[in-house]
Design a protein around this ligand. Sequence first.
Ligand SMILES: Nc1ncnc2c1ncn2[C@@H]1O[C@H](COP(=O)(O)OP(=O)(O)O)[C@@H](O)[C@H]1O
Ligand SMILES: O=P(O)(O)OC[C@H](O)CO
Length: 496
Amino acid sequence: MNKYILALDQGTTSSRAVLFDRSGAKVFAAQYEFPQIFPKAGWVEHDPKDILDSQLHALRDCIEFLKTGGEDISEIAAIGVTNQRETTMIWDKSTGEPVYNAIVWQCRRTADTCDRFEEQGLDKFFRSKTGLLIDPYFSATKIKWIFDNVDGVRERAQRGELLFGTVDTWLIWNLTGGRVHATDYTNASRTMLFNIHTLEWDREILGLLGIPECILPEVRNSSGDFGVTSADVIGAEIPICGCAGDQQAALFGQCCYLKGDVKNTYGTGGFLLMNTGDECVESKNGLLTTIAWGIGGKVTYALEGSVFVSGAVVKWLRDELCIINSAEETAALAESVPDNGGVYFVPAFVGLGTPYWDSDARGVICGLTRGAGRAHIVRAALEAIAYQTADVIKAMEEDTSALGLIKVDGGASQNDFLMQFQSDILGRSIIRPRNVESTATGAAFLAGLHCGFWENREELNRVSQKFREFIPAMQESERSRLTDGWKQAVGRSLMK
Ligand SMILES: Nc1ncnc2c1ncn2[C@@H]1O[C@H](COP(=O)(O)OP(=O)(O)O)[C@@H](O)[C@H]1O
Ligand SMILES: O=P(O)(O)OC[C@H](O)CO
């Protein structure tokens, strides 16, 4: 009986490979960073070969680890792939050569195209089909940009010579030696080309953007068959049985299987997803509607909100303001003062996301008095992470009235002060798993379910049982006093 599932977690700045055993424990992990390319202000690219090489490097480290322990690659039952979403690539079907660098989700180069679509009143058109707001974030306008700006690409695409893919598709295509050109429902739902109701590429959108359907990957279940790896590429034929965008994989890895369950990842930014079951909720509060996963031909939907600056505010305190030496010391510093001393920090460095959507909003630190010091500013920064999260959760609650369990992960979720304050300001318990690497866990779970490594979701729930719960301990009056102070501070940062 095989012992492991291998998760490939291809992120924005690094590629990771993680081996999990049957108990859900991480047995080994390898990680490699790769270069970020910034050709112009606001533009972000990756070299697709760097993405692939770093991912293969991490994968081979896992195989080496097995060999060192006297085992071999055949102990891996299946591979699950998870990835930075929306990042767009086009390559030649015969040679595998990319026609241009990958245009990364963060890249704003297509803002003008998006403005034009908005001026043409296409907001509702895109929203009702794809669940998304018109934004350069998503893949659709990135593909159009490559067609419009790289010589001959449109014609070659029309002749059926090229393939499009997000990072999952690129990895699977290469791992299978060019045999499988596929994506899953979650990644498809981030392209702004996929109709989340009919579960098909949307011909009207493709027509509007001039994108031929023949370049698009086949859309498959997130827990399902993505072919087998080529022995020429990794030395053996291992089935690829799972695939999902990283935020959706984290939702699955956190076992948010019930309608209303929420996961929040506190990374550089914050990504919140709520499982809305088979209900495709259209938000009235600026949240995106997206696909949580597709299993057995049936999709589960989610609402998604983002906080642009989450853990990154702590990095800013360290690298720009230079008032801390490490992220780890912030919890003790925040606790060294009895309260925020009236200081609020709105880290709107790149505008504010859900539910404000004001790209011109800018950061403010307010409420300073002569008595305010370093600890108050640090505390206000951590509290801001929690307030922003609470704003998104409130929006989700208003859209669905069905808030379930709230589970957390990501780097800043290690901060106990922040987690307790989060629970206090929400007035709800929050749950932090012992293993906060939910993304890789989710990819492993999706793959492991399909190949029978784990039997069902009950078993996955058992496997991920170890956690710490933070329980609210704040009076309601204090909660509303603090929240009012936050709202006033946000008012000072908004430009709309
Ligand atoms: N103990 C901590 N307290 C507060 N913030 C933290 C702590 N540890 C890490 N962070 C913040 O979390 C972020 C890193 O989290 P991570 O999940 O690795 O992010 P990403 O995947 O976006 O790179 C950084 O911005 C860092 O400042
Ligand atoms: O690679 P990450 O963890 O920063 O995640 C990126 C997101 O998937 C973008 O939508």
